[in-house]
Design a protein around this ligand. Sequence first.
Ligand SMILES: Nc1ncnc2c1ncn2[C@@H]1O[C@H](COP(=O)(O)OS(=O)(=O)O)[C@@H](OP(=O)(O)O)[C@H]1O
Length: 295
Amino acid sequence: MGKDEVLRQELGRLHNIPLYKSFVAGWPQVESFQARHDDLLIATYPKSGTTWLSEILDAIYHDGNLEKCRRDAIYNRVPFLEMKAPGILSGEHLKLEKTPSPRLVKTHLPVHLVPASFQEKDCKVIYMARNAKDVVVSYYYFHQMAKIHPDPGTLSEFLQAFMDGKVAYGSWYEHVKGWWEKRHKKRLLYLFYEDMKKDPRREVQKILQFLGKKVAEETMARILHHTSFQEMKKNPAANYETMPTALMDHSLSPFMRKGISGDWENHFTVAQNEHFDRHYQQHMAGSDLCFQMEA
Ligand SMILES: Nc1ncnc2c1ncn2[C@@H]1O[C@H](COP(=O)(O)OS(=O)(=O)O)[C@@H](OP(=O)(O)O)[C@H]1O
């Protein structure tokens, strides 16, 4: 499989979810991935604040030492478990094998597809969820710049594909609800992008408590500043600008796009919003998982 077979291809299928064909081809190695007990898994549906959470965790792991946080690009500091783009990036599980413990591992996998060794080794997991409407807008722009995705078409077409679960990683509903069902597990922390936006200090405290760590007040202040949207946007180690342009073209839309809650209001028409709300209510009926949709 070469570069041309990776870019702008239709999606393949991994079990019950649509996924990039290159990831599907690499799945046997990912499925048999050997987790270590002190690995921390960062799990999200795409465009839900993965990079933000990753930067926060790397900063915590390095006690707010910003020089260490800039040692490499975020996709090398926190490798993306199932990522494979032959001709551009080889399998990330290989990178992980060489990473010293304690490792931070990124995944977008739904809970039922996480490799068994993470459970066997009783690894801690932090899941971050973001409201569906902002995810869909962010994902739409990401499809334009990240060419591993099929062409997204119009926003209206993309919205329908998202609602139908026909985008990479499948149904947002199944993803957020699947992980939510596990939220009572002691070694899982379920966070929300919107909470992190509203009160990052409180959310970072939650993370520290979950990890059994403490930081000095000045370290906390440094971590919060370093992981603010404005700082991450201009930080080449965090903003993905070092990715090969063949894979991500920031001139089409920057990876660090807006970093706000409620941007969907600038994109959805009234009709699209009503259509989406009806669908949303059907698919979230009976669940106590609630999202803040407004800024
Ligand atoms: N520090 C900080 N604060 C607030 N928001 C931030 C931050 N860092 C990244 N972002 C925004 O997160 C969106 C990208 O999500 P992910 O990192 O999950 O993307 S990916 O799935 O890993 O490709 C994307 O959202 P949109 O701006 O809405 O497109 C990023 O801008």
